[in-house]
Write a protein that binds this ligand. Structure first.
Ligand SMILES: Cc1ncc(C[n+]2csc(CCOP(=O)(O)OP(=O)(O)O)c2C)c(N)n1
Ligand code: SF4
Ligand SMILES: [Mg+2]
Length: 412
């Protein structure tokens, strides 16, 4: 590897969270998995949790490759078994934060039974499910979430099955945190993961994502960028939505948001409660009594909060330094105002010219005057400029229908 590339990789803001030595990754151009991983890495950095106490488990599939790109302890396990393996890790060492990152085929097809039982038990896991409506890695077969009528390699005339709505499924099974975003909603994904990392119990975050190579192409839905545009138009933000109303039809609306966030005893808490009843206060789990574990948990929470505060302070400092070093705010405002005025002037001039060319000589003057008046009423330009530059007043002198109206700027 050339030293330049080595340097680039080691200096990447993601080094330390992602394994930059493994880049470039295997995902196709436009695939949503990359931006999800980025959002996840960002969430881990911001959350303040100790990366040494984080474990990522993935099953098999394109999404399953995530485990190989994160710079935390990770397990790339067998197809459909990410949740039971993660459950084992959590039970073996409850101090660890365990995240499952896998595809919807892996989690809800072959692994569907594990998913519902982990949700039912309120197992302390965070499950991030990349839902691209297809078995990406194996060539685009139909999955339990493929919308009815969508084309897959196994349903070339359109899917005739009824798909799962994952928020509804996990809610019915007992999950205590349920959110859905698309891979375009990177910030929301980060926020949701951050939230999930701070809480106990079963958290499920579904991310709708484009499989450009197999799902989009087969269904003639364009490329990754088209799909992002589509997500922008088709998503409806509805926090707290009834999960019964989150079904997805082929190319229909997609309800997104945080649907469920509730508390109930987790699996480990339920085990503790039962054992305390049986054994009394002497009960220990892995050599520690409940009060000892609670004290450790409290201390860890304080360390997390301190690390999180430090990361956020560093982030804020970086933003302020960047802005103040390069763009003095006032100059920036002036520039924007000038740009808006220039744009407005061009808008005024253009239709006037057009009318002169098209109208017969006699009516040209009249028509031009009317068009100019319509195109640039004084007040409109004023409002636009006022909005863009709080303290700059702009007047457009519009006495005669001329191609270039005089523009007067006054600074208060
Ligand atoms: C036991 C077993 N059955 C089937 C397979 C083949 N297989 C590998 S990945 C995969 C589908 C993965 O789909 P999904 O979980 O949706 O992930 P994506 O590739 O879409 O990200 C299948 C069926 C396997 N590896 N092991
Ligand atoms: S096949 Fe689909 S899911 Fe797999 S990397 Fe390519 S676009 Fe992503
Ligand atoms: Mg899939």
């Amino acid at each position: 590897m050339s030293t330049d590339i080595k340097k680039f990789k080691s200096e990447s803001p993601m080094s330390g969270v992602l394994r930059m030595d493994r880049m470039p990754h295997i995902w196709c151009p436009g695939c949503g998995i990359g931006s999800e991983v980025n959002a996840f890495a960002e969430a881990v950095k911001r959350s303040g949790i100790d990366p040494k106490k984080l474990v990522v488990v993935s099953g098999i599939g394109c999404t399953g490759r995530v485990a190989g790109y994160v710079d935390f302890d990770s397990i790339h396990t067998t197809h459909g078994r990410a949740i039971p393996v993660a459950t084992g890790v959590k039970l073996a060492n409850p101090e660890l934060t365990v995240v499952v990152f896998s595809g919807e085929g892996d989690l809800t097809g072959i692994g569907g039974n594990h998913l519902i039982h982990a949700a039912r038990r309120n197992m302390d896991l965070i499950v991030i499910c990349n839902n691209n409506f297809t078995y990406g890695m194996t060539g685009g077969q139909v999955t339990p979430t493929t919308p009815s009528s969508a084309i897959a390699s196994t349903t070339p005339y359109g899917n005739y099955e009824y798909p799962f709505s994952l928020p509804f499924l996990v809610d019915a099974a007992g999950g205590t945190y349920i959110a859905r975003w698309t891979s375009m909603h990177a910030r929301n994904v980060t926020q949701s993961i951050e939230e999930a990392l701070q809480r106990k119990g079963f958290s499920f975050i579904e991310i709708i994502s484009p499989c450009t190579t197999l799902y989009l192409r087969r269904n003639r839905l364009g490329d990754g960028v088209d799909m992002l545009q589509d997500y922008q138009e088709k998503t409806i933000l509805k926090h707290g939505a009834d999960t019964r109303e989150t079904a997805i039809d082929f190319q229909g609306k997609i309800v997104i948001g945080k649907f469920v966030d509730k508390q109930k005893p987790t699996y480990l808490e339920a085990v503790d409660k039962c054992c305390i009843k049986l054994v009394g206060d002497d009960y220990q789990l892995y050599g520690k009594t409940i009060p000892e574990r609670e004290a450790e948990e409290k201390a860890e929470k304080e360390r997390i909060a301190a690390r999180r505060a430090a990361v956020l302070a560093e982030e804020n400092k970086a933003v302020v330094t960047k802005v103040s070093a390069k763009i003095p705010v006032k100059a920036g405002v002036k520039k924007t105002a000038a740009k808006v005025v220039k744009k407005a002037a061009v808008k005024v001039a253009a239709p006037a010219k057009k009318t002169i060319v098209k109208a017969p000589a006699k009516t040209a003057k009249k028509a031009t005057a009317a068009t100019t008046k319509k195109a640039a009423p004084k007040a409109t330009v004023k409002v636009v400029a006022k909005k863009a530059a709080a303290k700059t007043t702009v007047k457009v002198a519009e006495k005669k229908p001329v191609a270039k109206p005089a523009v007067k700027k006054t600074r208060k």
